[in-house]
Design a binder for this molecule. Structure first.
Ligand code: MG
Length: 377
């Protein structure tokens, strides 16, 4: 298979999209939901890129309801453009892919698909260099603070229970996906004032509606309020909400191009910017947001509401390019199994940057085998 040739090219031989469905653990706190849907499992899409020499890189596309659409984009549109190409020309190859596919849009499932391929190519680059990705990006810190990102539970008693669980695990910062004030207040009551709280509203409100709930949310003392407005690209509205309520605002997981990030930052829309490596173009595009944000002293809080290679991409890029304010989003799902098993975990609300080559860890093959979802297509 492999050779000792001095040829440094690594030709892409195969790209495989692997859908996983890992159920929530039996006996976990009940009642979890997300975006109005009952949550019974974590649906994710991993992408494995293999070179002709047998080097494997792993990437991840934003999953949930987008798994099948992103898989189709990888299989039918992206992979054919990448097979036979040099895996070590990451920026140039991904730019070519983006240019060839731009007529289908610059966001959504298609962007999730090429994000996954990009992350996998960075994994390969690290493995070929025998260095962790953060070292390829200039080197960085060894560990970073995380916040626990909870599902929505709505019922104040259940919210209290999951908040307690995360705090007992060592987290000093939590994100809620709750909309009702009763649930948010229950979280604050349980957490006390010493724990930082974030509310991810999920783009529900018009500007007048958001201003109406502003005083109540302000009183909770949030670290930041995430995506309060519909539509998410209402940057002027976010800027006005910041000004008029005094609540720190974050956004960015639904921003998908560098130029759109520039528009958002130039509008004064956010206090924290949240590029999502599994949505907006992988490590290549994510790295461009850090200097853009640094110009305006806006901390980058990568979005990583997933737990595969996309999370590792956020960790490596933030370790190398982030600031002291940057935190890692650690999705707090109580699952039957985790993609990296016990190899990736938090201690006292902090995470160590994996120091193995590439992303530092490969998905557990037993987990892939056990939870690979059969596709109907
Ligand atoms: Mg969010």
């Amino acid at each position: 298979m492999s050779s000792t040739t001095t040829d440094r090219t690594a030709v892409i031989a195969k790209i495989e999209a692997v859908p996983l469905r890992i159920p929530l653990r039996a006996g976990c706190i009940p009642g979890a939901s997300l975006w109005g849907d009952k949550l019974s499992a974590a649906d994710s899409l991993l992408v494995k890129v293999t070179t002709r020499d047998g080097v494997e890189g792993w990437g991840e596309a934003f999953g949930y309801r987008a798994v099948d659409a992103a898989k189709l984009a990888v299989d039918e549109l992206i992979a054919p453009l990448c097979i036979g190409q040099d895996a070590t020309r990451i920026r140039m190859l991904m730019l070519e892919v983006q240019k060839k596919l731009h007529v289908f849009g610059r966001s959504g499932a298609l962007a999730y698909g090429f994000s996954a391929v990009d992350i996998a190519l960075w994994d390969i680059a690290g493995k070929l260099a025998n260095a962790p990705v953060c070292q390829l990006l200039g080197g960085g810190v060894a560990a970073m603070p995380c916040y626990a990102s909870l599902a929505c539970y709505s019922d104040p008693d259940l919210v209290r229970a999951v908040v307690r669980q995360a705090i007992d695990a060592g987290f000093q910062a939590l994100k809620l996906h709750e909309k009702d004030m009763s649930a948010i207040l229950a979280a604050r009551e349980e957490a006390g004032l010493g724990v930082e709280l974030i509310v991810d509203a999920g783009c529900p409100w018009t500007l007048p509606q958001a201003r109406a709930v502003g005083p109540a949310l302000k009183a909770v003392g949030l670290k930041f309020l995430e995506e309060p407005l519909w539509p998410p690209e209402n940057f002027a509205g976010l800027a006005e909400l910041r000004r008029t309520t005094g609540i720190p605002i974050s956004s960015g997981e639904n921003v998908s191009t560098l130029m759109e990030f520039e528009h958002m930052l130039a509008a004064g829309a956010v206090d924290f910017v949240q590029p999502s490596p599994a949505k907006m173009g992988g490590i290549t595009e994510l790295c461009k947001v850090f200097p853009l944000a640094a110009i305006r002293n806006i901390p980058v809080m990568t979005h990583s509401f997933y737990d595969g290679p996309g999370l590792l991409a956020a960790i490596h890029a933030t370790a190398a390019l982030g600031t002291a304010d940057s935190m890692i989003e650690w999705r707090w799902f109580d699952l039957e199994a985790r993609i990296y098993g016990d190899a990736l975990t938090t201690t006292g609300g902090r995470i160590s940057v994996p120091q193995g080559s590439g992303l530092g860890s490969d998905p557990d093959p037993n987990v892939i085998r056990a939870y690979r979802r059969k596709t109907t297509g």
